[in-house]
Design a protein around this ligand. Sequence first.
Ligand SMILES: O=C(O)C1=C[C@@H](OP(=O)(O)O)[C@@H](O)[C@H](O)C1
Ligand SMILES: C=C(OP(=O)(O)O)C(=O)O
Length: 434
Amino acid sequence: MDAHVTRSRVGGTTRAPPSKSYTHRAILAAGYADGALVRSPLDSADTRATMRAVEAYGGSVERREADGSLALDVDGFDGLPEVPDDVLDCANSGTTMRLTTATAALADGLTVLTGDASLRSRPQGPLLDAVESLGGRAESTRGNGQAPLVVGGPVVGGHVEIPGDVSSQFVTALLMAGAVTEAGIEIRLETELKSAPYVDITVEVLDAFGVEATGTDAGFEVAGGQSYGPAGGEYAVPGDFSSMSYLLAAGALAADDDAPVVVEGAHPSAQGDSAIVDVLERMGGAIDWDRDAGEITVERSSLSGVEVGVADTPDLLPTIAGLGAAADGTTRITDCEHVRYKETDRVSAMAEELTKMGASVEEERDELLVHGGETDLVGARVDGRADHRIVMALTVAGLVAEGETVVEGAEHVDVSFPDFFQTMASLGASVTTE
Ligand SMILES: O=C(O)C1=C[C@@H](OP(=O)(O)O)[C@@H](O)[C@H](O)C1
Ligand SMILES: C=C(OP(=O)(O)O)C(=O)O
């Protein structure tokens, strides 16, 4: 499916979708418990993969309505996952694969985990090594550290050493599973932790489910023998700042003079991607975040290039690169090597696709420079690389390009923001899909 975007003015009030990261964790935590009600979950292709995983391990997930909103009534497997009766397809979801690979290490048998072509090209090796060091079995069928995976246990816990600069999801996976092992898991990081705020999200969700995990001088640890159980038997998911970033960028670039963009559901949490507010402010954006109300208001303004490190906010790279292409001056995005291990290599994807739109970019291994303002962006046919974040960032860039921009692979927004195009159209964007 293609998205057709032309220069637009946007404005009005909308609501951020629920957080994908929090939703994954809440569903799996409920699975590790004897159950829980997950309120306002994100219902997307990625989170449905985690729902399937919890069911494959012996739980159940029923959709229901609670106070007018979707809720998931999860029956858990109480820390004792069954061996799935079929291959576990994690589709496009790296979070599902990493987190439930550790779940498989708790089961008394073997689980086969696979995913789509993109997910089968992403790194799993350090987590496989960690499971094996705990006494479990964890193999890549092709011997290349990538899925399909064969993983088995049960492990009782122990000490593991793991790199921190490939995926923080390896740490999240081990902490969540370690809580229900006999001995717990102690993690020593061999390299600096990238995407660190995502482990903060994990610790926050575990705390809400009555499980304690802590940072140490060397990494993280979680005691064993803990029981998951949320206060009141339920957990409410906050709004997603990674998804919000596209709406805020659209407002900063293209808000109508008479109608700013207002995004609701923006309550503070452990999400590192709330840094998009600071980035827009530093670029000269007119943005106000009422934290108490959970509302962010953004007006159109002239933006200037900025230097920003994305070590902790990898998912913001596409948004920031698109903003930089429309801003005056150079935007320098640093610490971005790990952003190459996502659904696609997002550093090269944004460099190449923005170049098609007339941007001037320079790509290094660990940084991306976008020289904006030299010429206006021009509409072009661009490849969304089957990556939801590339699709959404290029769509936003198309709002200020001369002529029509056609973004290929628009259907992939279903991974994290299924209503993205409807939301953009409701704000007045000239965008259609076919
Ligand atoms: O734990 C999570 O929910 C996520 C962690 C990040 O991945 P890495 O830790 O692999 O950088 C991020 O890119 C992804 O969108 C979601
Ligand atoms: C990389 C992402 O998610 P995952 O790692 O779960 O595929 C993402 O949402 O940008």
